[in-house]
Design a protein around this ligand. Sequence first.
Ligand code: GUN
Ligand code: ZN
Length: 429
Amino acid sequence: MADLITGQVLRFVADPFAVPPEEAAIHDAHGAILVEGGHVVAAGPVDAVAARAGAARRTDMGRALLLPGFVDAHMHYPQTGIIASWGKRLIDWLDTYTFPEEMRFEEPAYAAARAERTLDLALAHGTTTLASFCTIHSVSVDAFFSAAEARGMAVVAGKTCMDRNAPAGLTDTAESAFDASEALIEAWHGKGRARYAITPRFSPTSSREQLEALGALWAQHPDCLMQTHLSEQTDEIAWMHDLFPEARDYLDTYEAFGLLGERALYGHAIHLRPRERARLAETGAALVHCPTSNSFIGSGLFDMARARAEGLSVGLATDTGGGSSFSMLRTMAAAYEIGQLAGSALHPAQLLWLATEGSARALHMEGEIGTLAPGSAADLVALDLGATPAIAQRAARAESVWEEVFPTIMMGDDRAVAGVWVGGRRALG
Ligand code: GUN
Ligand code: ZN
């Protein structure tokens, strides 16, 4: 049975960092999306789309804005329970809050409950795809992929590997990280909508032997992603240099072991040197901007406009629980504020694109998610652009869709999420 969903529709036809932002999208004030078999068949002006809808079931979302579901390109589902923990910077925050919580994921029932809670929170916030770190425990990976499968969600995840500088009970070895990750690739990569990311946590918690083993594993499974952290805090960079005195820079600790390539994802990547920027651009690897985390943990200002101008691929992410919100709307607002501090005002088109197609491209999933192009999975969100009185009174004065959506970007949260569809099935609203 086909579905016709009506509302305002915004469709990107170009990268808004490559063309004038307002020209990157087509806005249909009276728009519709036709969905069949879990996929988008057509999106555009309601008259044209409805003409193809036949006996489709109709869902009228009024003036809500229909977009691809949000794509959170870097988060840690095991940290859902410790989001908004006070007073620490990165290394102390890991030791005080994160590692004790991650130890609990040895227990399959606990991991399953946390995975389900996280995915339900994500859907409630309009996020339909997440790329998550798990813990060192394989059961934490099974829990996450199983919960996503039950919800029909396309997700990326991997076993977080650490063989030093982490508490006993939260470390593996070079060999066990290789073997366990390989078994998880066999079990999950490409199963339904699941994708595997080989996941060294960050170079300070991996020995050279472990990084080398994971580089070799990636070479054997080149269609997997590889996710890790890069240059988040200055103290962390100094620590990395103590541990790897031979490294030219932070990226070199990955590059030297085969952990740099087009399908690599580097969270944060704030304090980069010129050689790192050049290599990242050359290889097509993606950076993932985590703006609420970067201010919450006190990491620094990521310069989005500069990164995109240099040709770097960038996704957007909550970094839950270092990030302080599950909402990609709050995350866009934080990206805007950090952009202002770094010297450029990101356009609402750029923010929305980063939260959808930009993140999808970073994950190499742009054929499946992050767009309304025919053939994409029907993972959709409908945003109420007047969800609170404060937002509504500002949106009422808008003279363009950009002016109408920007108050929701800046002041919105899960209250703005009027509907969510995953693979064409209504998941919320
Ligand atoms: N660097 C290494 N591990 C982590 C983590 O869990 N969160 C953040 N924000 N940075 C990290
Ligand atoms: Zn992270």
